[in-house]
Ligand binder design. Structure first.
Ligand code: ADP
Length: 419
């Protein structure tokens, strides 16, 4: 029976959350969209990844409720709505409308709102969100292209999106412990408040808060809010004490890097010191002299060497290609190439695929047609080893651009399976 059902408003946020829950000791599966079938046996935490952060509020509500209905059907006791730790939203939503709709659907009367994630500098004090030493509205987020965050007061910002008053529980109460928090939540309930912004500036605050949230039907927050939740299930004796044997991917490996971040440039350079590499030249993709067939044949000839195919390039090369072909055209072409190549390689027997780049990863996962991902050990902070079932175990690592140490690709290839 699945215990904790999570709804995430984007893909990389879902992975981050799944990683936190797995580290906390819960057997966790991440789903790409709302699944058709049941959760796999032994799944204690299910994370449904949606793409609802920047769509219109009515659609976000509809999709989130669909996910909630599926999670209810899996028997979940507690539900978590995960959004970004910078509270990415507009005065119309989508955090407020989705949270209120989930409260209604779950028959819950109150949910905390806590985007704090101290490990990445997101701290909430007196309901005001900080990024490092800056207020959210002075952190650069005020210029975000889709969700400009011009007010650091989360209570005030959320109130624009909701039908009810929004409450506040301050840090002093959090530090006074779970009993004080329970009293504060009851007081908010008595006022008719349904969403309560709750301060947290350190991981220890999130652990205290997590303890106080045992029994709350709905919890909302960034991935930090998940830190303290697994322990509640563990204490209640509900988690399997022995990890169920995980399927291990066995077979050839390949690395596909479509990210041009500075970290990716270092990671590709480091990996090329020990492995063969095929550089993807945008000119060749555009004129058809590099195709999926050609790249697949090049990889097949290097069986066993875990080669890398990369479009990773320095900023001036990328700018040149963008000026020549158009930014969207070249991005689409490169993503389409990696997606097609990944599908072709998986069909041909490659069993371990490491992908660099957030958009590139999304394109690859979609092309592979995998809809559920088992969460394994953490490779580097925020990036777990993943295993999908695609005619047997397929090991994956999906790394967004700036994550990972310089030797990430080498570690990932080894951690997601065996030759
Ligand atoms: P990151 O996580 O670093 O942002 P993404 O995969 O999300 O990486 O985004 C990188 C984008 O750049 C993708 O759309 C990809 O197709 C595109 N891209 C990759 N290589 C090149 C290149 N050499 N020239 C132009 N665009 C590229």
């Amino acid at each position: 029976m699945t215990l904790l059902g999570c709804i995430a408003d984007d893909f990389t946020g879902a992975s981050d959350l799944a990683n936190t829950l797995a580290k906390g000791g819960m057997a966790t599966t991440q789903f790409v969209g709302v699944p058709k079938g049941a959760a796999p046996a032994g799944c204690e935490a299910a994370v449904v990844a949606l793409k609802t952060r920047s769509i219109n509020a009515a659609d976000a509500v509809r999709q989130s409720l669909e996910a909630a209905d599926w999670l209810i059907a899996q028997g979940c006791e507690q539900f978590l709505f995960k959004y970004c730790s910078t509270f990415d939203s507009t005065p119309e939503g989508n955090i407020g409308p989705v949270a209120e709709a989930l409260l209604d659907r779950l028959g819950a009367d109150l949910a905390v709102v806590c985007p704090a994630f101290p490990a990445t500098g997101r701290r909430l004090f007196m309901g005001h969100l900080f990024v490092g030493d800056k207020l959210l509205s002075e952190s650069g987020m005020e210029r975000h292209p889709l969700t400009p965050m011009t007010d650091p007061n989360i209570r005030r910002w959320l109130r624009l999106q909701t039908s009810n008053e929004v409450g506040l529980v301050e840090l002093d109460t959090v530090r006074a412990g779970p009993d004080a928090l329970a009293i504060a939540f009851s007081a908010e309930r008595a006022k008719g408040v349904r969403l309560v912004v709750t301060d947290a500036v350190a991981d220890s605050d999130l652990m205290t808060l997590g303890e106080a949230l045992a029994g709350h039907r709905l919890v909302t927050g960034g991935s930090g809010i998940a830190l303290g939740l697994p322990r509640n299930f563990l204490r209640a004796g509900k988690l399997a004490t022995q990890a169920t044997a995980k399927a291990v991917a066995r077979g050839p490996a390949v690395v596909l890097s479509g990210s041009c971040s500075t970290a990716s440039q270092r990671q590709v350079a480091a990996y090329l010191e020990g492995h063969p590499g095929l550089a993807v030249d945008p000119d060749k993709l555009m004129d058809g002299s590099l195709t999926v067939d050609i790249a697949a044949a090049w990889i097949a000839a290097r069986d066993g060497a875990a080669p890398i195919v990369y479009s990773t390039a320095d900023p001036s090369t990328v700018t040149d290609a963008q000026q020549k072909f158009g930014r969207a055209e070249i991005a689409g072409k490169v993503e389409h190439f990696f997606a097609g190549l990944a599908r072709r390689l998986a069909n041909d027997g490659v069993r371990r695929i490491v992908v660099g780049g957030g958009e590139t990863s999304g394109a690859v996962v979609e092309a592979l047609g995998v809809t559920s991902l088992g969460i394994g050990a953490e490779i580097d902070p925020g990036v777990p080893a993943l295993v999908a079932d695609r005619g047997g175990p397929l090991g994956l690592a999906l790394k967004s651009g700036n994550f990972g140490s310089d030797d990430f690709f080498e570690k990932a290839v080894r951690q997601i399976g065996t030759p």
